[in-house]
Design a protein around this ligand. Structure first.
Ligand code: CMP
Length: 386
């Protein structure tokens, strides 16, 4: 395997079968390593389980060492610069440091002189190995970065309420509970437990004033966390929309019919198209069904069951347009023959497009006319119907 192929295999975005298999293997490795570390901390394990967990830890640590070495080797494919600089770039990047730490976790436990049963404890940090491959986790990072200003202002409100309430509680309660409220830092423990609505109940205000402050802090806590939740939920929604927009954009620009339209028109169309992935063998629709959408093939192949000779359509082609143009039932059954990524255009959006982008629907009409002139499809029979 050459360096470029190896890089594609190790990349979280690799789409080849080997890359997908590597990702499954990688997840199983991390999960087994973590399971072994967790189980090892339990008391009274049978000897065979102790041996198994220890062996798993060593095997996983060795695999991470090999992975780290391979990533150093392929680094020049990731950062297109001189090989030594690219490798240094990888070694000092957050991902490189996580990989280094994962590879060194077990020896590190031994080096810092932990007890023999505690030596694998550093391996809990193997959980960080998920970061690189988890789209969800990197999304959390992006959401936090994009909402940082709003989150910081809520944090400021939180700090103001925390400090004010701790100061007031200190003034009101210090006479009666010198230990818990004798200083502002001591009163802060009560304030934070109350503000976060955790309420351990280990310290409670006894004076009327203290209780009024307590009530105010509880309500403020709910408000602050509601604001935080709202900001994060909105950030996630925006990020999800952005990702789906980018993905659809990428797919739309791969369909020749749209590719020539220019970015402004594509941006318009992206909102009207939906991505659907279908596996080989799936029936997209059957002859005789009512058709309310058409499909553009981004990747994969479909078979139009025309009689007597079915035909196959591949990347860039579209199907299902007859039903939208004429309102007639589907003229043929369509099945997926090779795993496919399709863009779906619903009938309402097709009509909308006909008004906004007549040149596009004209191209679809022209292709439909050409296909109709090829008289291979037979009329629907009741036995094939939906
Ligand atoms: P529709 O009738 O909605 O559903 C079946 C689809 O098969 C049809 O739209 C066309 O998109 C496609 N189809 C039918 N006949 C042909 C043909 N001769 N060549 C290519 N595609 C066809």
């Amino acid at each position: 395997m050459d360096r470029q192929t190896l890089h594609r295999t190790l990349s979280p975005h690799g789409r080849s079968r080997v890359a997908r298999r590597f990702r499954v293997f990688y997840f199983i490795t991390v999960l087994s390593g973590l399971a072994a570390v967790i189980i090892e901390t339990m008391n009274g394990l049978p000897a065979w389980l102790q041996i198994l967990t220890a062996a798993t830890n060593i095997a996983v640590a060795v695999l991470f060492c090999i992975e780290w070495a391979l990533r150093i080797y392929v680094a020049p494919e990731e950062w297109l610069m001189e090989a030594r600089r690219a490798r240094l770039q990888y070694l000092t990047s957050p991902a490189g440091l996580i990989d280094l730490f994962a590879a060194a976790a077990l020896p590190l436990g031994i080096a810092v002189g932990l007890r023999q049963d505690d030596q694998p404890l550093f391996c809990v940090l193997w959980v960080l190995k998920f970061v690189r491959y988890s789209a969800g986790l990197s999304m959390v990072g992006r959401v936090i970065r994009s909402e940082l200003a709003a989150l910081t202002s809520v944090l400021t409100v939180f700090s103001v309420v925390l400090l004010t309430s701790a100061t007031l509680a200190h003034l009101l309660e210090r006479e009666r509970q010198a230990e818990a409220f004798g200083s502002i830092p001591a009163a802060m423990w009560w304030a934070i437990v109350t503000l976060t609505t955790t309420g351990y109940g280990d310290v409670v205000p006894l004076t009327v004033g203290g209780r009024i402050v307590g009530g105010f802090v509880m309500v403020s806590g709910i408000a602050v966390f509601a604001m935080w939740a709202g900001i994060l939920a909105n950030g996630f929604a925006v990020e999800l929309r952005r990702r789906s927009f980018l993905r659809t954009w990428d797919l739309v620009s791969r369909v020749p019919l749209f590719a020539d339209l220019g970015s402004t028109v594509i941006a318009d169309i992206v909102h009207q198209l939906r991505v659907e992935e279908m596996r080989a063998g799936t029936v997209v629709f059957r002859r005789g069904q009512i058709g309310d959408r058409m499909y553009f093939i981004v990747s994969g192949r479909v078979r139009i069951e025309l009689t007597p000779t079915p035909i196959e359509l591949g990347e860039g082609a579209f199907f299902g347009e007859f039903a939208l143009i004429t309102g007639a039932p589907r003229s043929a059954t369509v099945t997926i023959v090779e795993n496919a990524e399709l863009l779906v255009l619903d009938i309402a959006d097709f009509r909308d497009l006909a008004v906004k982008r007549p040149e596009l629907t004209q191209a679809i009409h022209a292709e439909a006319d050409r296909r109709r002139a090829t008289p291979v499809a037979t009329p629907p029979s009741s036995s094939d119907g939906a």
